[in-house]
Write a protein of this length. Sequence first.
Length: 393
Amino acid sequence: MTAASSRASPSVLCVSASQDLGGGEFVLLDTLSSLRARGVAVRVLNLAPAPGALARTLGARGADVLFCRSGRLRDPLSAIRILRFVLGRARGFDLALANDSRALVYTALACSLLRRPYLWHVHDLLTRSGPFEKIALRLGPAGYIAISQAVRQRLEVLGCPAVRIAVIPNAVDVDQFHPSVDGADFRRELSIDAGALVVGSVSRILPWKAVETLIEAAALLDQAVPAAVFLIVGDVVTDHAHADDAVRYRDSLLALRDRLGLGRRVRFVGYREDLPRVMAGLDLLVHTAIEEPFGRVLIEAMASGKPVVATRGGGVPEVVEDGVTGYLVPPRDSPALASCIAALADPEMRSRMGRAGRACAVSSFSLTRYGDEIHSLVARALSSGGVAARARE
């Protein structure tokens, strides 16, 4: 008798090796709430050097959370400690879902010993460059959940079996991110004039986000759109693998802003938890990331009725319809970005694209759609011990 057959409801163990809250971790929160709402018992195992924003948010949402301290990949004691933890306190599950490549390595080891199936939720355009990616891509999960067709195509290029890959795009709470949310208080908090064009970038500050492109575009718009204010919302990551690079990158952005004399027009807002309010306070969202796997903030802005200007590449063209819900521009092309921002200084253009974006978010990226698809995939994995998923057209 399997564990699933001995209980009224199946049990899923979601495993994350992140301290911070980024796109992948917000998707994990959506997965947790979606499965629980559909009768699946979910427990989250957080592997990190210390509890961080993810663990705090999970706790605040009433999730069943287990925390286990992790170390570096080459630390055998860390691996032994994690395996003992899973085989002891966390063993009562029917299916595991790894939320990142680091988590996948430990999930695969534990599931091989417990003879449990496991899935890998892939949030990145993988490259084999990191040690965990190299190991993870050699493993054989029962199924891969790709957040975009671009991610699916990359997995296939790297040798993952196409029959095991399901594409389930990310989702947005279209009731929480809504055009009716009042952003006036957010603007007043930042002392922004009522007539200003507020352009926002919302992301973790990492080099591949290419935020310098927005700062350069702001300099080009100094005369063309003098009333524009540019907000950089987000902060650096804290995990040891990326923190130092992120801090150096943030410092370089501040230096670029000051060198271009944009201290009053380009403002670093820092990390915000009130993103629906932030999106409501913007007139448009700019996303300059290079090879973005999906771009969750894009659908948050669209659901809020805001047009977006984003870098063409990765999964972004699957989200933004060029000329309809926003504009797509080449990577690191600050003149093209500036031109699109200038076009969206027209309120009628913003309103038209904002309405189209809202309609797209509701029809294609709702939490109901996401919950149904992720639950169906998990149910198939639980019933068969494996997944032969159909890729989403």
